[in-house]
Ligand binder design. Structure first.
Ligand SMILES: Cc1ncc(COP(=O)(O)O)c(C=O)c1O
Length: 443
């Protein structure tokens, strides 16, 4: 038995995954490449589960983290401050217009749990015990803990846990109003009318509406039409529901903007950040709130109005240091400028896919793109007798690139600071694999 047999991989059928994929064990990284124990290298085509910004070389983030760990490796913020969490909050709040308080967690799902608890307690602290459910958007994804699964319910993943989940009502996903990046305004207006009716009907019992900011990612790369997010925000305001935005996957440059809600002029009551904020170097996430929310938690100890939530590693100074240095690197390297030029290159390369018969509905924003693989309108699920996502991973790794698809949705999500040659290599590999799938399906 190899030592890796002791490990239980996420979202992986451990019984048979080696039937589809050769066992590979990563032991180091350089530039944007993973290196395995056998000396093979793989270009990171998925941003290391969507959080890789700078690649794997030693840089000022790693050096600052090492210096910090020598200073003090951990210092709790349960009732004490630590200098790095304070510095982080000062720097972060310069970016996040309208939000003034920072709550620390250590992964995206926990940041969502904190947001949901804050929303619920915001109402109960005012004596409103009716607002106990949530509104979410169909095809949204917010993580794998109980609250996060409830507001990002995906039946094929979460049905075993359904009985545990919170009460939720769902507004329609905007994905069907956009085709190849072009919005059907008539359909959009109908969708918005339907959405407002659902919000209005459930307003009395709803604490908050939660949605991903700018685009849904895991639910199929659904980029919102311009102004959609703002319209939802306005509806929440009209019907007295809190508005929570999840920027965990889409903020910090992924869609070409530092803070997506600022670019979309849709300041929420609560926002969650994670993944890229540390450059992917440390598990740290944040839940930010407005002053209006924070004030409802104020009172004497006896009032019991304070937030009953906290994780051991909240405000971890090493993680905070990573965020602080990462922010400096964004600025000094003009990363947003680079993302925008990378985005132009990505769009140009997507033209290579346009005339491939199985490719449908290409859409892109910033350094994110997606398209469907289908035959006669039916998504391709099996290729070479194996599930398409295993096929894409197997074929890409063979070519020295790590790619994953979301079922029949091909996703392009490279590290944010990627160089032009590496981006081309990712797109060349995607193209080869898609052409191969096309050949197997269209004779
Ligand atoms: C939009 C969004 N929210 C939340 C999460 C959960 O983050 P984590 O995996 O760090 O718990 C993810 C993870 O992919 C995500 O894409």
């Amino acid at each position: 038995m190899s030592k890796s047999d002791n490990i239980w991989y996420p979202y992986t059928q451990m019984h048979d995954y080696t039937r589809y994929l050769k066992r590979r064990v990563i032991s180091s990284g350089r530039d944007f490449y993973f290196y395995d124990n056998d000396g093979n290298k793989y270009l990171d085509g998925i941003s290391n589960m969507w959080c890789n910004v700078w690649g794997f070389n030693t840089n000022r983030i790693t050096i600052a983290m090492i210096n910090q760990i020598k200073q003090i490796p951990h210092s709790t913020i349960f009732g004490l401050g630590n200098d790095k969490s304070i510095e982080l909050s000062n720097e972060f709040l310069k970016l996040t217009k309208g939000l003034n308080k920072v709550f620390f967690t250590d992964n995206g799902s926990s940041a969502i749990e904190a947001a949901l608890k804050i929303a619920l307690q915001y109402w109960s602290n005012q004596g409103n015990r009716k607002k106990t459910s949530f509104l979410s958007v169909a095809d949204g994804y917010h993580g794998d803990t109980i609250g996060a699964m409830s507001v990002g319910y995906v039946d094929k993943y979460f049905k075993s846990y359904k009985k545990l989940l919170l009460k939720c009502h769902v507004i329609p996903s905007p994905k069907r109003v956009t085709l190849n990046g072009i919005v059907n305004l008539e359909k959009l207006n109908l969708l918005l009318e339907k959405t407002e009716k659902t919000i209005e009907k459930n307003a009395d019992k709803t604490a908050a509406l939660i949605m991903e900011s700018g685009a849904q990612l895991a639910g199929g790369v659904n980029i919102y039409p311009t102004d959609y997010q703002n319209k939802i925000k306005e509806m929440c305001k009209r019907h007295n529901i809190l508005f929570i935005l999840d920027e965990i996957a889409t903020g910090f440059g992924r869609l070409g903007n530092m803070i997506e809600y600022v670019a979309q002029e849709s300041v929420p009551d609560i926002a969650c950040f994670g993944k890229a904020i540390t450059g992917g170097y440390f598990p740290l996430a944040l839940t930010l709130t407005s002053k209006k929310i924070f004030q409802q938690f104020s009172g004497t100890l006896g009032d019991q109005k304070h937030l009953f939530h906290g994780h051991t590693y909240a405000g971890h100074p090493v993680g905070c240091t990573a965020v602080i240095e990462n922010l400096k690197m964004y600025k000094e390297n003009n990363l947003l400028g680079k993302i925008r030029s990378n985005s132009k290159q990505l769009r140009k390369r997507l033209q290579d896919f346009q005339s491939i018969p199985i490719v449908q509905n290409i859409r892109a924003k910033g350094l994110l793109a997606g398209f469907e693989l289908a035959v006669n309108g039916k998504p391709i699920t099996i290729v070479d007798k194996i599930p398409i996502n295993y096929f894409v991973m197997r074929e890409s790794l063979k070519r020295g690139v790590l790619l994953r698809s979301l079922g029949a949705t091909m996703i392009v999500i490279p590290p944010l600071a990627i160089d032009s040659d590496s981006l081309n290599k990712i797109m060349d590999t995607q193209l080869e694999i898609v052409l191969d799938i096309n050949k197997r399906n269209v004779s």
